[in-house]
Structures are given as structure tokens and as C-alpha cells.
Design a protein around this ligand. Structure first.
Ligand code: SF4
Ligand code: SF4
Length: 161
């Protein structure tokens, strides 16, 4: 079996169901948008057939994340904080500004969010299997106002490397 699996980006899926027709194992479900990771054999037929480029092939098991110098992580966190703040300001303008300001604010909210996601990935938090994510979830468990059951379930389900 291939070391790859298919994942679908629901935002750009046009629901024309070609992936459903070509999948040899019935792993794709266009009703729920899910691709069953266990049924998928990583053949890539769905990805090649998809007219929207909505399906990507990803490794079944992610490699261990590269170690980063603490100083680099600290600097990345600072930039992340500033991007979060900028998104919040844009959100305020979106809620309270004129129609023209709302258009600009919406673009700023989105671009700041995308940059923040990239920076988090660089800082080691976006791979679900990373040690950082595990530590983060464990820290969340210690806090009072968190959904402990969901966090415990994630800790059980994720295959940390
Ligand atoms: S082939 Fe692509 S666009 Fe069509 S349903 Fe599947 S994922 Fe969506
Ligand atoms: S990669 Fe192959 S098995 Fe997996 S969902 Fe796509 S068509 Fe089905």
C-alpha cells in the first residue's frame, strides 16, 4: 500500500463527484466531504480526476518535525502576536466601519489569518503529530475553561511522532 493518503479541501470542492466514481475502494464520501483514511490506498486517482484541484496527496505518517532554535521560535511567536492583533483590529473595522472599509478589513483579516497559520506552522504547531502540539494539548488540559473530553480524545487519536 502507498505511503500517501488523499485529503480533500472542501472550500474548493465543486461536488461534481468525479472522485467518487474513480476511487477503487469507496474511500471518498461526497455527502460528508470525508475521505476515509483507512480505506484510502493512496492510488491518487481521485486527485488526478478532480477538476478543481481540491484533493491533495499527503503522507500517511508525517515525518518528525525539524528542531528549531528557541530564539527563532521566540521571534516567530512575537510576529504571530502582532499578526493576531492586526487581525483583531481589522475585525473591529469590519464590524464598525463603512462599506468600503469593510471590504478592506475583510481582506486584511483573511491575509493576517493566513500569515499567522504559516507562522504557527514554522514555529512547529501546525503538524497535528508534532511534540509541540502534544505539549500544547496537555497544557490545555490543565486549564479550567477547556473542553477536557475533546482534548483527551485528540490526545488519544493523534499519532504523535
Ligand atoms: S472530484 Fe474534486 S471537485 Fe469533484 S467532488 Fe471530488 S473533490 Fe470535489
Ligand atoms: S487516493 Fe485512491 S483510494 Fe484514496 S481516495 Fe483517492 S481514489 Fe480513493
Amino acid at each position: 500500500m502507498s505511503e500517501l493518503r488523499a485529503v480533500r479541501n472542501l472550500r474548493i470542492c465543486s461536488k461534481d463527484c468525479l472522485c467518487l466514481f474513480v476511487c477503487p475502494t469507496g474511500a471518498t464520501d461526497t455527502e460528508t466531504g470525508q475521505i476515509d483514511f483507512e480505506k484510502c490506498i493512496g492510488c491518487g486517482a481521485c486527485s488526478k480526476a478532480c477538476p478543481s484541484g481540491a484533493i491533495s496527496m499527503v503522507p500517511y505518517k508525517y515525518p518528525k518535525q525539524q528542531d528549531k532554535d528557541e530564539l527563532v521560535i521566540e521571534k516567530l511567536r512575537k510576529v504571530i502576536s502582532s499578526k493576531v492583533e492586526q487581525e483583531q483590529i481589522a475585525h473591529y473595522i469590519f464590524e464598525n466601519g463603512s462599506d468600503k472599509e469593510k471590504i478592506l478589513a475583510k481582506i486584511l483579516m483573511k491575509s493576517n489569518r493566513l500569515i499567522t497559520e504559516d507562522l504557527y506552522r514554522e514555529a512547529g504547531y501546525m503538524l497535528p503529530q508534532s511534540d509541540n502540539t502534544k505539549k500544547f494539548l496537555e497544557e490545555l488540559l490543565e486549564k479550567d475553561n477547556t473542553n477536557k473530553e475533546d482534548i483527551k480524545k485528540l490526545l488519544e487519536l493523534l499519532d504523535f511522532n
